[in-house]
Design a protein around this ligand. Sequence first.
Ligand code: ADP
Ligand code: MG
Length: 242
Amino acid sequence: MDLAVHMQAVRKTYGSGPGAVTALADLTAEFPVGSFTAVMGPSGSGKSTLLQCAAGLDRPDSGQVLLTGVDLATLDEHRLTVLRRDRIGFVFQAFNLISALTAAQNVRLPLLLGGRRPSDEEVGWALAAVGLAERAGHRPSELSGGQQQRVAIARALITKPAVMFADEPTGALDTRSGRDVLDLLRTVVDQHGRTVIMVTHDPVAASYADSVVFLTDGRMIDMMERPTADQVAARMTHLERR
Ligand code: ADP
Ligand code: MG
């Protein structure tokens, strides 16, 4: 089984002395190529830190992160930046689009930053992939929340990343737009062959994934294959009562 991300005994502590917080406590987790995984757990359990370390945005204190087989610890800052740009897409709860730019200009940005002039075809492809070909000239303020998140997914998709990380991508959306975004993430896996790792609080969102990993206190304490929303909700209730 090829792994898109392999985390081995990853430890991450913020601060030092008596106030130190261990966000990841020797966490080990495997994310196969072409899979959609939901990461769940109580607030403060280390979900965002897991994404940051897996994406090379933050460096673990110890342990190993392999991204498409590359040990991130062996890369200097420059090579890490290049790897992030080429192989990783990020989608956030707050969309993080640039308000002065049109949808098309936002989507072009990762390639421009990589020193490449994107063709209109590439940008058109990415916007069409999220169903927004007709909105290319719209600014974020002229789009609904769900449409803005789809632009953010197009922006993540344009580099054809190996792994797309999403931190509560539906957290700011109404139910209907949230489902559209989840259907789209499913498409990113099923039709575009990408790997998606998504943090969520929502059992319905988690049910779109192939599997769910449950974190508590920076450790992976459980996982579930082919989750249903009801099963996930029951497991979460159990975890939060521990
Ligand atoms: P989650 O996303 O599951 O809510 P986080 O990964 O954001 O959890 O945080 C895990 C723990 O690490 C929490 O106790 C949080 O307060 C702490 N933490 C996260 N980021 C920082 C930081 N930059 N500085 C200090 N503590 C942090
Ligand atoms: Mg978080």
